[in-house]
Design a protein around this ligand. Structure first.
Ligand code: URA
Length: 433
């Protein structure tokens, strides 16, 4: 009867009490509340929303359904970073290395790719030998000695989220700001870092297509973090074009190394520096301006590259490839895609570029799919570049030749060429502190 009353309340737009929310979350996780009632509640929330008190209560109850990480063995202020995901987003290992080179510990759990958006741990696993599944004690030891360790998700953090997310996925209730905010923040809070940096992407290669919704999501997550007593900062960043030139796994590792060597300028490097500076700021290393300077220094001096190399070695990865990225195994088939008209790269349908890379074998269409580490897309032209008909726009890399035609079609749909040059595209739209 209680569940019926709760459903009725939300259906008519009333706020639920923390007690109502706790009742639902705990009983649904235990299997007492059936999927059909939970699905009805999720739809009512997606339509009628939740205020900040309700969203905080939902996050808290989800955290309480599982373990909370114990990071006390790691010395110093621990800052976590979360990206809402995008195409070519290879920032975490670069940022982690920069921040560690500035003396702030980075203990990071990252996810795998699913769909058009890539996953950091898949990229690191493209380095032969790199293990993302290490014992907790070894993880802490690497963070305390090297300064940075990136592993796969472990532990039973916020199991309610996993169960609720599966239901949202099939009931058209993924796109709800309070549901997304509580889902992401429940895992971040259970992860126990002292402070949290959120990179909320917006644009046609992101989950949140428009700036207003991305900003509303960012504000909601910052409010939740603060209520838990964690200093939380969110950046709303641009995802209307792939981040960097390479999309894939080993292709993205090669680009990470180029950025870490300081010989690759552009938006990827700029964003990595902004994110690293904000993490240093959250770790109380100084003003934001001083932290920007520190991050740039760590990169330019080669200290960040050396941290990355040490992290790869500590995880069992083959550092000869870090030293000689040209030795990464190459795809057996490489096909060039050429411009079909004169003009400018006016923009990207970024999701299509990610789908092209996935079709080549660099991403997963379902969670059991095997990756081809040689696969992906290398863009030869970026946003705003002038092109002549016949110029190489990109190359497609794969060891599965049967995927080339579909990938080429997707990529052609993903690159927009027009006679007019595009507008300036900001890197960061908003910073919420
Ligand atoms: N990522 C999450 O972890 N949860 C959501 O709801 C959406 C994106």
């Amino acid at each position: 009867m209680k569940m019926y009353e709760i459903l009725n309340k939300k259906r008519y737009g009333e706020a639920l009490t923390p007690g109502d929310i706790d009742y639902v979350v705990k009983r649904f996780t235990d299997g007492e509340i059936p999927d059909y009632q939970m699905a009805a509640l999720l739809m009512a929330i997606a339509i009628n929303g939740m205020d900040d008190t309700e969203t905080f209560a939902l996050t808290k109850s989800m955290v309480e359904t599982g373990e909370t990480a114990d990071l006390s063995a790691i010395r110093g202020i621990k800052v976590d970073k979360h990206s809402s995901g995008g195409v070519g987003d290879k920032t975490s290992p670069i940022v982690g290395a920069i921040v560690a080179a500035c003396g702030v510990p980075v203990a990071k759990m990252s996810g795998r790719s699913l769909g058009f958006s890539g996953g950091t741990v898949d990229k690191l696993e493209a380095i032969p030998g790199y293990s993302i599944a290490i014992e907790k004690e070894r993880f802490f030891e690497i963070v305390n000695t090297v300064g940075v360790s990136i592993i796969g998700q472990t532990g039973n953090l916020a199991p309610a989220d996993k169960k609720i997310y599966q239901l949202r996925d099939v009931t058209a209730t993924v796109e709800s700001i309070p549901l997304i905010a509580s889902s992401i923040m429940s895992k971040k809070i259970a992860g126990s870092a002292d402070a949290i940096l959120l990179d909320v992407k917006t644009g046609n290669g992101a989950f949140m297509k428009d700036i207003a919704s991305a900003t509303a999501l960012a504000e909601k997550m910052v409010a939740i973090g603060k209520r838990f007593g964690k200093h939380t900062v969110a950046l709303v960043t641009q995802m209307n074009c792939p981040l960097g030139n390479n999309i894939g796994t080993s292709l993205e590792v090669i680009e990470m190394i180029q950025v870490l060597h300081g010989n690759k300028a552009g938006r990827l490097k700029e964003l990595c520096c902004v994110l690293a500076a904000n993490m240093l700021y959250l770790a109380q290393k100084g003003s934001l301006e001083a932290c920007e300077e520190m991050a740039a220094q760590a990169l330019e001096s080669g200290r960040a590259f050396r941290k990355f190399r040490e992290m790869v070695a500590a995880h069992g990865g083959d550092v000869t490839l870090v030293d000689h990225p040209e030795r990464f195994p190459e795809a057996s088939c490489i096909k060039e895609v050429r411009a079909w008209q004169d003009g400018f790269v006016q923009g990207f349908q970024t999701e299509k570029c990610g789908m092209a890379s996935m079709a080549l074998g660099a991403g997963r269409e379902n969670k059991d799919a095997q990756l081809d580490y040689t696969a992906g897309v290398c863009l030869a032209k970026g946003y705003g570049d002038p092109v002549r008909r016949g110029d190489i726009l990109a190359s497609l890399h794969t060891s599965r030749p049967e995927t080339l035609d579909r990938a080429e079609q997707l990529l052609r749909e993903g690159i927009v060429i027009s006679g007019e040059g595009p507008k300036n595209l900001p890197l960061v739209y908003a910073r919420i502190d």
